[in-house]
Design a protein around this ligand. Structure first.
Ligand SMILES: [Zn+2]
Length: 311
């Protein structure tokens, strides 16, 4: 996900429509039995009810059938698009499509005006939405614009993202891990100190002699919660800095797992990626997926979906 906005979910029936948009084509269904055109995507013809529809590429030229200008976003995610010209376009084939009219000044929008499609690339993955614009405009493909491109950077080279810039925030959730952090050694002394602090002095953590004989790991292992809190000693270089908020709160974890042990004496390091950005009445919630590994091990010892709340 690299967009906060709700995205269409293709179904088995509608998938050819969305795939065509990705390829900068508009395809709708035509009935092989009566030649009638059908939109939205269906299994059967709406004219003669035959189950014999075929996807056909069309130019997409049509006229503006109806529209409304929304000045208050229906969801905060759309606040960067105000006012939105929500439109119904009637294609030359007679079917109507709900869409958004773009790049036409408010005073120039008229019912019946000639329009043509714009293939709007809304994510770095090429997800495409169908907009329309005046036939006097260029139309065609609207390229994806990286919303982080023009933002300033701090001394560490991190891109500075204002908490109010929802479009840029959403681009942070690109599912890419940071580089590995610094490394730290989890030795028996550290494990003993944590056992004393937490009161969890189970022999699997604190008795190397017994662990050698009885533990499946043949040695003592660190407490999962110890490895989790050691995250504070790992400097994970995030490629961004969020700015312009009043408070930042550690809101807890959506998921905390200890999939692999950390034997005493291991060296650990960590990395993270932005899993999700969401907006609610509480503020902007950033979910950071933190992984801590024993150095060289593919399997994480800690997975922590850490939720940070900005307001
Ligand atoms: Zn038909």
């Amino acid at each position: 996900m690299a967009t906060l906005k709700p995205m269409p979910v293709a179904t088995k029936i509608s998938a050819p429509f969305w795939q065509a948009l990705k390829e900068n084509q508009l395809k709708i269904q035509q009935c092989n039995s009566c030649d009638g055109w059908v939109f939205y995507p269906r299994n059967h013809c709406t004219h003669c009810f035959a189950h014999d529809l075929q996807w056909k590429q069309i130019s997409g030229e049509g006229v503006l059938y109806s529209y409304t200008l929304t000045r208050i976003p229906t969801m905060p995610e759309f606040s960067d698009e105000m006012p939105q010209a929500l439109a119904v376009v009637e294609l030359a084939q007679g079917v109507r499509i709900n869409t958004t009219l773009i790049d036409v000044a408010e005073q120039d929008i008229t019912i019946g005006m000639a329009v043509k499609p714009v293939f709007d690339k809304v994510s770095i993955d090429g997800e495409t939405l169908l907009r329309f614009t005046s036939t006097e405009n260029v139309g065609g493909v609207r390229d994806y614009i990286d919303p982080l491109k023009d933002l300033t950077r701090n001394d560490q080279g991190q891109v500075q993202v204002p908490v109010s810039n929802l479009t840029a925030l959403s681009a942070l959730a690109d599912n890419k891990f940071t580089d590995w952090s610094n490394q730290i050694v989890v030795d028996q002394a550290l494990i003993n100190a944590f056992a004393e602090l937490s009161g969890d002095d189970y022999w699997l953590h604190t008795d190397p002699e017994r662990a050698k004989k009885e533990s499946p790991f043949k040695t003592t292992i660190a407490h999962g919660s110890l490895v989790q809190v050691l995250q504070s000693r790992l400097t994970i270089a995030l490629p961004f800095e969020i700015i312009g908020f009043k408070t930042m709160v550690n809101y807890g974890s959506n998921r905390l797992r200890f999939p692999a042990p950390v034997p005493a004496g291991s060296t650990i390091y960590g990395r993270s990626k932005v899993q999700d950005i969401s907006v609610s009445h509480k503020g902007v919630q950033l979910t950071l997926e933190v992984h801590i590994h024993v150095v060289g091990s593919d399997k994480p010892s800690v997975i922590n979906d850490l939720v940070i709340l900005y307001r």
